[in-house]
Design a protein around this ligand. Sequence first.
Ligand SMILES: Cc1ncc(COP(=O)(O)O)c(C=O)c1O
Length: 399
Amino acid sequence: MTTTTYDAASRLLASIPDRRGFGDATLIRQDAETVNLGGGNPDRELLPAELFDRATEDLFTDPGTATTVLHYSGAAGFDGLREAIGAHEGIDPARVIVTTGGAQGMALAVLGSLDDGDTVVVDNPVYPLFLRTLDLVNVHVESVPVDVDGIDPDALEAKLRAGLRPRAVYTVPTFHNPSGVSLSAEREARLVQLAEQYGFTILVDDPYREITFSGERPRSRRAFTDTDRAVLIGSFSKTLGTGTRLGWIGVPPEQAARYAKLRNRLDGQSSGIVQELVRRIITGPGYVPSLVKAGARYRQKAELLKGALRDQFGERIDWVEPEGGFFLWARLDEDVDFDALFAEAQRRGVTYQRGDWFAAHPDLAAPLRNAFRLSYCELDEASLRLGADRLGAAWREIR
Ligand SMILES: Cc1ncc(COP(=O)(O)O)c(C=O)c1O
C-alpha cells in the first residue's frame, strides 16, 4: 500500500506567526475590574446610533433599495456609496473600492502593490497590525522614524540615496497610531516627490483623520489624493463603529479595475445592507455634526487623562500634544524595569499597550520601552482617572 504525504496547511497558512506583543490577548489582563487603556474602539456614546436607526427605517420597504441591498453589489461596491466617499474625500469615485474595513484595505493594498522579495518601508513606531498584514507576502521590512511631524522624509531620502529601493512606503499620516502626531503638508509633498523620483507606492492609512479636537474639518491630504503614486486606505470604524466593518481604498485610476478583480477573488464584496446604511448616513445632514461632537468629547477625555497622569507622574512623563485621534503616546523620562512596571500595573488592575510593541523591528524596541500607548477613546472619565491612578501607583511601587 502506498502512503501519500498529506499537508493540510499551505505554506502561507503554516507560516503565519503567532501574535507577539500588540494584539496578543494572552499578555493583556482582561477582567471586569481591569481598566483597559489599550483599546482602539470609539466611545459607544459617541457612535451615531440614531443615524443608523434613521437610515434603517425604510431600507427594506423603499423599492429603490429593498431589492438592491439584498443582492450582489459588484466587487467595487455600490456606485452610490463610491460617489459619496469620492465626494467626501475629494477624489474620483472611479478610484474607490469599498472594503470590509481598513483591515481588508491594508490587505488589498499589500497584495496589490508588493511582490515576494520586495522591500517595504514602514513607520517606526508602526501600527503593528500592518506588519501582520505583511505576513501575506514575503517582503523585507525597513523603517523610517516618525517624529513630531510624522514620518521623516530626510531619513527616507538618506536610505534611498544609499541605494534602498522600496516598492512601497507605509504611513499613518494623521493622528498617528500609536504616536498621535500628524504629517505636515510639507512632508506629505516631499514623500510624493520621493515616490515619483524613486518609483514607489505610498500606502496612506488614514482612519483617524476625521477625529479632530478642534471641530474643524480635517486638513486636506491633497498631495496624497492628487498623485497616482498613493493607495489611500480609509475606514468608517473610528467614526461609525468598528462593528460596521466598512472601509474603502482609493487606488490609481488605471488600477481600479484590477483591484476590483483582486477584491472579488477574496470575498466578493461588502454587505449591501451596510453599504447602503453608510451611504445614507454620510450623505445625510447628521454625519459631520456627529464627527464634530465626537472630536470635542475626545478632546475632553484626552485632557482628563493628561491631567490625571500629570498628578501621578509629575514632570517625569511627557507626550506630544494630541490634536485628534484616539491615543496619548506618553513617555517616561527615567529608566525603570518596564517589564516589572507592566506586570505591576496589571496586578493593580490597569493595562495598556507597551511602547516596544510598536517597534518596526525587534532591534528598534529598546528605545520605545519607556513609551505607553494610552487610549482615551473608549473609557469614561472615572475609568480614565482610575487607570492613571493605578499606573502611577504601579510606577511608585517598582521604582
Ligand atoms: C492605523 C490603523 N489602520 C487600520 C486600522 C483598521 O481598522 P478597521 O479594520 O477596523 O477599519 C486601524 C484600527 O485600529 C488602525 O489603527
